[in-house]
Ligand binder design. Structure first.
Ligand SMILES: C[S@@+](CC[C@H](N)C(=O)[O-])C[C@H]1O[C@@H](n2cnc3c(N)ncnc32)[C@H](O)[C@@H]1O
Length: 194
């Protein structure tokens, strides 16, 4: 389950940098599947409204892939790709997304995305950007892999590094609004690739 990085949670994580690994990824996977599905369905519905028909969509820090599962149900026309720094999380995502055809999963850092320029129409992320060690490098990679004017939509805690993500001007902020959620204080941040 997402957690506020300023709180106690970091000390309890299995960390390689900011990756969530080992038994921590197993606990996260279980909680996300059991408790968080309705929340991810709401986020998926919001993304589905923004995604062009047949869009290529990248989810960064996909964790156990619960958002991608909801998106695949809502929008079978999308080509879905997920990356996570933690290979363990990618293993959980593979299990949770087994049987979906039009899907790719990779263990990778947001600051070194293994994709060509202009590959995606939409890049999204949920509760991951506050973990990114170098948000400016992340923004450069997101902008590089987005087609010109493609959108990045980030759902994260209000203290996520939204400002740093647009500092180097590879991404231009479009809007930043609260995203209504029953129990997680979430900001929806949207930016356009230059
Ligand atoms: C709180 S979890 C959120 C997972 C999923 N998006 C969700 O909402 O359930 C944060 C995820 O971001 C991943 N992560 C952290 N730093 C990353 C980086 N630099 N690049 C890619 N993924 C990263 C972690 O391994 C972890 O799976």
């Amino acid at each position: 389950m997402p957690h506020d990085s300023r709180g106690h949670a970091h000390g309890d994580h299995g960390h390689r940098g900011e990756a969530i690994e080992g038994r921590h990824s197993a606990v996260y996977d279980r909680l996300a599947r059991l408790l968080m599905k309705p929340h991810y369905r709401r986020i998926a519905t919001d993304i589905a409204a923004a995604a062009p028909r047949g869009a290529a969509l990248l989810d960064i820090g996909t964790g156990p892939g619960i958002l991608l599962k909801s998106l695949a149900r809502l929008r079978p026309d999308l080509h879905l790709v997920g990356v996570d720094l933690a290979p363990d999380m990618i293993d959980h995502a593979r299990r949770n997304l087994a049987g979906l055809d039009d899907l790719e999963l990779h263990a990778a850092d947001v600051a070194a995305l293994p994709f060509p320029d202009d590959r995606f129409d939409l890049v999204v992320s949920t509760y991951s950007s506050h973990h990114w060690a170098d948000p400016e490098a992340a923004a450069t990679e997101i902008a590089r892999t987005l087609r010109p004017d493609g959108r990045f939509i980030d759902y994260d805690f209000p203290r996520a590094p939204f400002e740093a993500l647009t500092k180097s001007a590879t991404l231009t902020p479009v809007r930043q609004t609260p995203f209504k959620s029953l129990f997680l204080k979430t900001t929806r941040f949207e930016a356009a690739a230059n």
